[in-house]
Ligand binder design. Structure first.
Ligand SMILES: Nc1nc2c(c(=O)[nH]1)N[C@H]1C(S)=C(S)[C@@H](COP(=O)(O)OP(=O)(O)OC[C@H]3O[C@@H](n4cnc5c(=O)[nH]c(N)nc54)[C@H](O)[C@@H]3O)O[C@H]1N2
Ligand SMILES: Nc1nc2c(c(=O)[nH]1)N[C@H]1C(S)=C(S)[C@@H](COP(=O)(O)OP(=O)(O)OC[C@H]3O[C@@H](n4cnc5c(=O)[nH]c(N)nc54)[C@H](O)[C@@H]3O)O[C@H]1N2
Ligand code: SF4
Ligand SMILES: [Mo]
Length: 679
């Protein structure tokens, strides 16, 4: 038997842990630790340890499929691509939308956006980053000039105080949590802001601010008020490196701490303790994620956190900053590659200049100059949808409505590795090669570009995503612009058009741990810490304070819908479950969903632990067993959203206005009812 060890990167979260794939006779038989990999040093969480199993899961797509009646028939690649090309040729650019992915490689994504812009001539392209960090990008661009993690996973150990806001990091980034634990062993303090007493709060927090959901702005304003009252602000930093402080100071001085206590549900003593602990730190590090981002007022939440970091001068050193935790394996890369309705590759803003610049680089005329539609707006408005590596029937808000919209479309193409809930509604299904079956790069949470290597052949006729799209371009008469012979050739073009990637090559990426962008030239080592040169990336190089007023959620609880529903994740599952629920070891750990409810609330409703209850919102209803606990606040309930048979997103709904168009996954008004048992 031939055994081979192929070094690669875990396909799940954006931590980007290294693993070895053990290949026996052309099949991946297991995963082994990659001890020299600097991110995880040979450790992996349960998902990483079983990362190969889903490849052999049921419903793996192996052939193109075309709808016939209520089912599908197999088709040749030629026939399937011909059909799509004909429909695309007959459509106006604004009628077509591309829902792309944070799961695919940079090469796959770059080719997809190039197709949308060069062939269809539309900026209607977006990814589930819309649901993840669409609030981060405008918030941090307006405050510090760029929406990226400012330190690195490894440098977290240099921090002496962490604020972990709206992230259950111990479950969702276990190998990043390990760095925080190490820092803590050396004396670092940890402040966790979360309405639930999560495993993160339990195991990592010195101070847990168990706030009412959607009240973070009030809390952070309260913390800043304390810092100013105590004279703990970094005056020199504020004067030299920022603008807008005076307005903020004045606004904060007028706030009433009693009111802040009432809104947040956190005592002023605890707010004070947290504020002083952070402000006194040498290297204070803010890490935030979905609990902060996924709100209609998410941009405000993040601006307030940036204010807090600027007030205390926590920038430019390893282990500092206001750090968004990109979640998906290639969430960062999807933005870098321009798979966004408002950015060409390299975050060049859509407009006349961008169209001219990329028109010259690509040798194509008439590139689109107007911003395209966002994820949910494409589902609403486009006649033709090309859905690649995303599963909106489970991951998008208000899934009952998404189903209706998809059913009304003239053409839905789904390019995935499995027959997903979304693929079942498609007209054409295209089988993609998965991780492990193709080569390509991904960009992790800390701007770390890494190489994923092909270990085995894809099943049946499945092909790498970039290749499928190149073949479709050829069918549309644009083959010569998509004449790539390998993923590496695509990457060479990426290097030419994205300056931050210019110094990165496949050769250099053979090194464990990859390279962090910006990396402008081949002799550049990559960038561990942003802003180390003393300048922000704003046009004037300064940090911009914002006055952020507390506004609250879009759909506050009321008498009819008295509970605030939070949705989120668990360690063993990943998003819509297409991969982890096809991994027997993981599914056995956690086979179904539940609703977490406070002991007192359960008592008042006469609900016992384990009893199935109905959870209803204005948009839908699901039935799940109650998990009665003291770890969640009164008036708040939590449902993990990984389980499509009990879809949490049947309940969610409100979406922010532009620019973020972020769904409020972290607050929907619901009611909980006992389910009548009929005898
Ligand atoms: N195991 C696993 N790991 C993952 C993923 C996965 O699906 N499974 N997904 C990856 C992706 S794409 C992402 S984006 C990340 C997400 O990572 P996290 O942000 O850690 O994920 P969530 O569990 O969605 O939400 C985090 C916390 O926000 C809290 N929260 C809810 N509302 C509020 C609020 O109003 N304020 C505050 N302060 N907190 C609130 C919730 O109680 C929850 O504990 O995880 C990544 N890692
Ligand atoms: N209620 C609620 N909803 C949420 C969230 C929440 O906290 N609460 N979080 C939101 C967040 S942060 C995110 S990031 C989104 C995630 O939402 P999605 O990205 O839509 O969810 P995934 O399950 O990761 O979907 C990835 C899809 O890609 C497919 N796939 C995997 N590998 C490949 C490949 O190589 N090629 C192709 N073509 N396909 C592939 C998988 O089978 C799967 O169908 O969900 C959002 N939705
Ligand atoms: S922490 Fe993330 S990248 Fe690391 S093994 Fe777990 S899922 Fe994979
Ligand atoms: Mo995400």
């Amino acid at each position: 038997m031939r055994v081979e060890y192929v070094p690669t990167i875990c396909p799940y979260c954006a931590t980007g842990c290294g693993i070895y794939l053990v290949v026996k006779d052309g099949r991946i038989a297991g995963v082994e630790p990659w001890k020299e990999h600097p991110v995880n040093e040979g450790k992996n969480c349960p998902k990483g340890r079983s990362a190969h199993e889903f490849l052999y899961g049921k419903e793996r797509l192996e052939k193109p499929l075309i709808r016939e009646g209520s089912g599908f028939r197999e088709a040749s690649w030629d026939e399937a691509l011909e059909l799509i090309a004909e429909r695309l040729k007959g459509a106006e650019p604004e009628e077509v939308g591309f829902l792309s992915s944070c799961k695919l490689t940079n090469e796959d994504l770059y080719v997809m956006q190039k197709f949308a812009r060069c062939v269809v001539k539309t900026n209607n392209i977006d990814t589930p980053s819309r649901f993840c960090h669409s609030t981060t990008v405008p918030a941090l661009i307006s405050t510090v000039g760029t929406g990226v993690m400012e330190t690195s996973t490894m440098s977290l150990e240099e921090a002496d105080c962490f604020i972990i806001a709206g992230s259950n990091i111990k479950e969702n980034y276990p190998l990043i949590a390990r760095r925080i634990m190490r820092a803590r062993e050396r004396g670092a303090k940890v402040i966790v802001i979360d309405p639930r007493r999560t495993i993160t709060a339990r195991d990592l927090a010195d101070i847990h601010l168990q706030i009412n959901p959607a009240t973070d702005v009030a809390l952070i304003n309260g913390m800043m008020k304390v810092i100013l009252e105590e004279g703990l602000e970094d005056r020199e930093f504020i004067e030299r490196r920022t603008v807008g402080f005076e307005e903020l100071r004045k606004y904060l001085s007028e706030l009433d701490m009693g009111e802040i206590e009432r809104i947040t549900g956190v005592s002023r003593e605890l707010i004070r303790e947290a504020a002083v602990t952070y402000a006194r730190a040498e290297r204070g590090c803010i890490l935030y994620n979905a609990g902060i981002c996924q709100h209609v007022e998410g941009i405000g939440n993040i601006r307030a956190l940036a204010d807090l970091a600027m007030l205390t001068g926590n920038f430019g050193k390893p282990g500092t900053g206001v750090n968004p935790l990109r979640g998906h394996i290639n969430g960062e890369g999807s933005g870098d590659m321009g798979v966004v309705n408002v950015f060409y590759p390299g975050f060049v803003r859509v407009g006349e200049d961008a169209a001219r610049k990329f028109g010259e680089l690509w040798g194509v005329e008439g590139l689109p100059t107007e911003p395209g539609l966002t994820y949910m707006d494409m589902i609403e408005k486009c006649r033709i949808l090309y859905i690649q590596g995303t599963n909106p029937m489970v991951s998008a808000p208000n899934t009952n409505d998404v189903r209706k919209k998809l059913e009304e479309k003239e053409l839905v193409v789904v390019q995935d590795i499995f027959m997903t809930e979304t693929a079942r509604l498609a007209d054409v299904v295209l089988p993609a090669a998965a991780w492990g079956e193709k080569t390509g790069t991904v960009t992790e949470v800390d701007r770390r570009v890494q190489l994923m290597r092909k270990a085995v052949e894809p099943p049946g006729e499945a092909k790498p995503d970039w290749k499928i799209v190149c073949e479709l371009a050829a069918k549309m008469g644009m083959g010569e612009k998509f004449n790539f012979g390998s993923a590496e050739e695509v990457f060479e073009e990426i290097r030419r058009v994205v300056p931050a990637y210019a110094g990165i090559s496949y050769k250099r990426l053979e090194k464990a741990g990859g390279i962090q962008w910006p990396c402008p030239s081949e002799d550049h080592p990559g960038t561990d810490t942003m802003f180390a040169d003393g300048k922000f990336r704003t046009p004037d190089g300064l940090g911009h304070f914002f006055v952020v007023e507390y506004k609250g959620p879009a759909e506050p609880v009321d008498e009819e819908y008295p509970f605030a529903l939070l949705t989120g994740r668990v360690m063993f599952h990943y998003h819509t479950g297409t991969m982890t629920r096809r991994t027997p070891r993981l599914d056995a750990e956690m086979p179904s969903a539940w609703v977490e409810i406070n002991v007192e609330d359960a008592k008042a409703l006469g609900i016992n632990d384990g009893e199935v209850v109905a959870v209803k919102s204005r948009r839908g209803e699901i039935r799940v067993p109650a998990r009665v606990t003291g770890n969640i606040k009164r008036g708040v309930v939590f449902i993990p959203w990984h389980f499509s048979e009990t879809p949490a997103n049947a309940l969610t709904g409100p979406i922010a206005e532009p620019p973020s168009r972020m769904p409020e996954f972290k607050y929907s008004a619901v009611k909980i009812e006992k389910v009548e048992v009929r005898g």
